[in-house]
Design a protein around this ligand. Structure first.
Ligand SMILES: C[S@@+](CC[C@H](N)C(=O)[O-])C[C@H]1O[C@@H](n2cnc3c(N)ncnc32)[C@H](O)[C@@H]1O
Length: 417
């Protein structure tokens, strides 16, 4: 696909250049992605939205909502699109499948694959398919093929794909995506694990996949046959745990509810707090008895739980319903350092707090660094390696995610046991 040049008015061109400048360095690291984002007229894919809003680098433009107001389709935030395009490392001549359409990201893909490449984009919603086709035609990218289908089954007609980019929150990786990925292909997918979604760039590795990069992200939910709302266990009004399918059985809700009503203990094991998104993944995959604990701002203001539960915090759950979770405070050493603490509730609060504290100290002293986790996806028929840490195995409908943490050979200093 030849680069299309646009005479789209000074304002759009100026705002687009500013958006690309803002994204340069992080997340844009390649000239190819900077050039593509610099040339595709994003505003032609959201004609009812103001130029200023369309070219905000960090906000999505909602396009369709369900009856409860939940966004089902949006023009994704440029920051996230750039992140995923860099993760995908798309080159000229590639064949790419985009899962979830709107037109703009498909046009960026068309720029990246060039005239010798091919882009297929699939969406389950006929309105979105029509909208994407119209936007692509307006912007001059009508060689992109937009298909109406449930992407749970991929788009076999144009397979295999060198790259697959998924643009909705995926509870799992359906077999069709693996089947339709080329032998040396890469899939970038916002995969939900233990209640948190990360955009993961996976390469093939034997029957399964191995991660190359991962970043926190948020996306609209999957629809169709693969749709799957996160499971919640309610502990009190506006307080819940999000758990994986099948995990519910391992948690005794009545015991957790009783534990929450008991007074809390607080301890400071001497572990540094930084890289919070990495720490969260380390904790969530540190024990099979970890789940994400959430509380509303109202319950936090009432003092029921600490503010760390506002965005969801990993909680370690004991068999008797006692549980512990992480808090933080400015470190005594001063500066801008923080340290982790532990709040625990329930009859064995001291024991569960000590186990949580151990995990925090292990992270701070031996593992702490960015991007260290090795995330594998293994299809259902592939055995889980015996050496896998049970906490790092997340069972899915079509397979398992297995997260491993190689030790950091050069552990950082700072407060830590
Ligand atoms: C965030 S939007 C896509 C954004 C788009 N890639 C862009 O250019 O910004 C996600 C889309 O995924 C679609 N979707 C959700 N579940 C799907 C499924 N099972 N198959 C195909 N499309 C699906 C929704 O209809 C929605 O339009």
């Amino acid at each position: 696909m030849a680069t299309v040049r646009h005479d789209d008015g000074d304002d759009a061109a100026r705002l687009r250049a500013a958006m690309v400048d803002e994204l340069r360095g992080d997340p844009i690291t390649s000239t190819a992605v900077a050039d593509a984002m610099g040339v595709v007229p994003r505003h032609l894919f959201a004609p009812q939205t103001s130029l200023k809003e369309v070219y905000e680098s960090n906000t999505a433009v909602p396009v369709k909502r369900d009856r409860d107001g939940l966004t089902l389709s949006s023009l994704s935030a440029a920051h996230l699109q750039a992140t995923m395009l860099e993760q995908a490392a798309i080159g000229p001549g590639m064949s790419v499948l985009e899962i979830g359409s709107m037109g703009y990201n498909a046009a960026l893909l068309a720029e990246l694959v060039g005239p010798a490449g091919h882009v297929t984009s699939v969406d389950i919603d006929p309105d979105i398919v029509e909208r994407a086709r119209a936007g692509l035609a307006r912007a001059g990218y009508d060689r992109v093929e937009v298909v109406l289908a449930d992407a749970e089954y991929g788009v076999p007609a144009a397979a295999p794909y060198d790259r697959i980019i998924v643009t909705f929150d995926s509870p799992d990786i359906p077999p069709a995506w693996l089947e339709q990925l080329a032998g040396d292909g890469r899939i970038v997918v916002p995969l939900r694990m233990k209640g948190v979604t990360r955009s993961i760039a996976f390469d093939r590795d034997g029957d399964g996949l191995i991660s190359r990069d991962y970043r926190l992200c948020r996306f609209v939910p999957a629809q169709g046959d693969g749709a799957h709302a996160p499971r919640r266990l309610t502990l009190d009004t506006e307080v819940y745990l999000s758990v994986e399918d099948g995990e519910e059985a391992g948690f005794e809700v009545a015991a957790l509810q009783r534990a929450l009503r008991r007074p809390a203990t607080r301890s400071w094991p001497g572990a540094a707090f930084d890289l919070p998104d990495e720490l969260e993944l380390f904790l969530l995959t540190g024990s099979p008895r970890m789940a994400l604990l959430h509380a509303s701002q109202t319950r936090i203001k009432e003092g029921l739980l600490n503010a760390s539960a506002g965005l969801g915090v990993p909680a370690l759950i004991a068999g008797d319903g006692s549980f512990a979770y992480r808090i933080k405070r400015a470190a005594r050493q001063g500066g801008d350092a923080f340290e982790c603490g532990v709040i625990a509730h329930g009859p064995s609060a001291a024991d569960v707090a000590a186990r949580y504290g151990d995990l925090l100290c292990r992270w701070a002293g031996r593992f702490r660094r960015r991007g260290a986790a090795r995330i594998r996806y293994l299809p259902a028929q592939t055995p889980i390696p015996q050496e896998a840490n049970p906490g790092g195995v997340v069972r899915k409908r079509h397979g398992s995610v297995v997260v491993a943490w190689p030790e950091n050979p050069h552990p950082p200093g700072g407060i830590s046991a």
